[in-house]
Design a protein around this ligand. Structure first.
Ligand code: APR
Ligand code: PHB
Length: 390
């Protein structure tokens, strides 16, 4: 099989790239290791920056988002018993975020690709990249026991943190930067009405908590937990009790609890691999970088990578202009590192770090008090939360 761009990974980054390339006449194939049901069964974040919303409209996959997404013009940060409201719209001249599950974004993209007759190959096993330092790179994989070979002009590595693409960049070329956090997030999905109209991030002496939502009938909650905890350690009752204990009293008293319909624990890490391209391989999304979910930047960074990369491929194939492809890594990393900084800053502000000394505890309190009393501090948080310009 031959194509112009072989896209490894059928998550949000790979699917959005495929859709945008198709709409611009650039031939591509998506190769996904898992089944579609498996991909759509993953529960992920749900806060979309305006840049991603605009890109989904450009990709003509925003009908359901428009109908079901909830536009949020602000959110709250509780620090022990104080609550700081961040009025995103007022601080950023009308910008906001839209609450809409990543699973739904992925579903909308799959449906659009199917309707357009795009080639999305599932259950692609033992995938490997070859000859990425030549002008005819290849991808091999097994499907139903048969080895398949796809030759392409370029390979887009959209295969997430655990995929093979990043490793295809030689160790002598690749630099990795990483921070791991000494805790995880236990997430619960419940068919209960959200505790509040807006999201609430809560920092408490027993740990972090987050109240989010997917709709008026579907809530998403998180509590910080020890990094080596397992879901089996957390009954629903224990989860709800711990969540309530970390929220301001009046919020805890209005929490509607119910059976969890999904429960999972995710580790937190900050990670960046440089460069994000090497010869004919280009990385986008989690294959190149990971952020702690505190700032809700994971999906939104995949979007800005795809914005830059899709335009660079279109310039190359349709206009014979190579410079955006050459500049892709530098352009994408500039925005990646600012989102890494913001996600790290918000994680440091809101979580209980087990090895934190008393001085650092006072610094956390001072950071929150500065935020509570400074419009400049609120603006800095707000402009990062709604998303910096692409
Ligand atoms: N071959 C083919 N596909 C692979 C392989 C492989 N060897 N390894 C991984 N994949 C697939 C995964 O099954 C997954 O569907 O690549 C896809 C990568 O998708 P994501 O991990 O969702 O990454 P990305 O598309 O960059 O989206 C980033 O997803 O995980 C969240 O928090 C993250 O919100 C962020 C968003
Ligand atoms: C979510 O709704 O899953 C969510 C919201 C905000 C975050 C992280 C996750 O910062």
């Amino acid at each position: 099989m031959k194509t112009q761009v072989a896209i490894v990974g059928g998550g949000p980054a790979g699917l959005l790239l495929s859709r945008l390339l198709h709409l611009n006449g650039v031939d591509n194939v998506v190769l996904e290791r898992r089944s579609r049901d498996y991909v759509l069964g993953r529960i992920r974040a749900g806060v979309l920056e305006q840049g991603l919303v605009d890109l989904l409209h450009e990709a003509d996959v925003a009908e359901r988002l428009k109908a079901e997404g909830e536009v949020h013009a602000g959110f709250n940060i509780a620090f022990h018993d104080d609550v700081c409201h961040i009025d995103l719209a007022q601080l950023t001249d009308g910008k906001n975020v839209t609450v809409y599950g990543q699973t739904e974004v992925t579903r909308d993209l799959y449906e659009a690709l199917d309707t357009a007759g795009a080639t999305v190959i599932h259950d692609a096993e033992n995938l490997a990249l070859h000859d990425i330092d030549t002008d005819s790179p290849k991808v091999t994989f097994d499907q139903n026991g048969q080895e398949q070979i796809i030759s392409a002009a370029f390979i887009a590595g959209c295969d997430g943190f655990h995929g093979p693409s990043r490793q295809a960049i030689p160790n002598s070329v690749r630099q990795e930067y990483e921070l791991t956090y000494p805790f995880g997030w236990l997430g619960v999905l419940s068919e209960t009405p959200p505790v509040a109209e807006e999201l609430m991030y809560a920092s408490h002496e027993s740990g972090f908590a987050l109240c989010s939502l997917r709709s008026r009938q579907l809530s998403r909650y998180y509590v910080q937990c020890p990094v080596d905890d397992s879901v089996a350690d957390w009954s629903d009752d224990r989860f709800w009790d711990e969540l309530k204990s970390r929220l301001p009293t009046e919020v805890a008293n209005s929490l509607v609890t119910g059976p969890s319909i999904e429960k999972s624990i995710a580790p937190l890490r900050s990670f960046v691999a440089e460069p994000m391209s090497w010869n004919r391989l280009f990385l986008a999304g989690d294959s190149a970088h990971i952020v702690p979910p505190t700032g809700a930047k994971g999906l939104n960074l995949a979007a800005s990578d795809v914005y830059y990369l899709s335009r660079a491929f279109v310039d190359y194939f349709n206009r014979d202009v190579e410079s955006p492809l050459r500049d892709y890594s530098k352009t994408a990393l500039a925005r990646v590192w600012k989102a890494e900084r913001f996600s790290w800053w918000m994680t440091r502000l809101l979580h209980l770090f087990p090895d934190q000394n008393k001085f650092e505890q006072r610094l956390q309190a001072a950071e929150f008090n500065y935020l509570l009393n400074s419009e400049a501090a609120k603006l800095a948080l707000a402009e990062n939360y709604v998303g910096l310009e692409y």
